[in-house]
Write a protein that binds this ligand. Structure first.
Ligand code: SF4
Length: 214
């Protein structure tokens, strides 16, 4: 197993990520905080591309919790039935929309506890919303970040919570805000699960992974 890298090694890696893409962005389409919550909730065990295809039309008619309630569960299902687990996700989106209207005046809260109290919103979803919408340097560890963190030694941990802590503990403060997007994009397009593209990797010389695919 690759050991946790030290401060200077990690800074050198993020200097490269930063130079290549100073403002990395998430790929889930959204038009406001509410649609971001819905998109992230829909993205569990689904690809961002698949979610975007479904939400493109959905968010034109339902971009607030009030409009989503007016659309109703059956109307929502018609839009998202190409996404895995769509029935359960539709139920959660309707329930969380109702709670937002009844308890939060239709406004998405900016605290982790409040976000996580919404149906279908776990720690990862809450962290995505906190990071992308509220500018909080929260780390949403998904399968890509978990793999890249452990493979490269950037953030070593046995489970997603440990990797989240390793990111918070080891990545320089000035790179915390964008860390999770750099790592997701690196994992999605370069440091892929089965065949990492080490030949094209901008951190190849800094990466201690022994089984590089060159
Ligand atoms: S060199 Fe290979 S294993 Fe290391 S980060 Fe790059 S793609 Fe991943």
């Amino acid at each position: 197993m690759v050991k946790q890298l030290g401060y200077h090694q990690i800074r050198a890696i993020f200097d490269r990520f930063h130079a290549a893409e100073p403002e990395p962005k998430g790929e889930l389409e959204h038009v406001n905080a509410y649609t971001l919550v819905v998109a992230v909730a829909l993205s569990a065990q689904a690809t961002d591309v698949g979610v975007n295809k479904a939400t493109h039309a959905l968010f034109k008619i339902a971009d607030t919790p009030e409009k989503m309630l007016a659309l109703g569960e059956d109307g929502l299902i018609e839009h998202i039935k190409t996404i895995g687990l769509f029935r359960q996700k539709a139920k959660n989106v309707i329930k969380l929309s109702r709670i937002l209207v009844e308890e939060y005046g239709g406004v998405v809260p900016n605290s982790r506890a409040a976000l996580q109290s919404l149906p279908g919103v776990g720690r990862k979803t809450a962290n995505v919303v906190l990071n992308m919408w509220w500018g909080v340097p929260a780390q949403a560890v998904d399968t890509h970040i978990f793999r890249v963190g452990n493979r490269t030694g950037i953030a070593v941990g046995k489970d997603v919570n440990a990797v989240e802590r390793a990111i918070e503990d080891n990545i320089p403060a000035d790179y915390q805000q964008h860390a999770h997007h750099w790592l997701i994009l690196h994992g999605r397009y370069t440091c892929k699960a089965r065949k990492p593209m080490c030949g094209n990797c901008i951190i190849r010389d800094l990466c201690p992974y022994e089984d590089k695919n060159l």
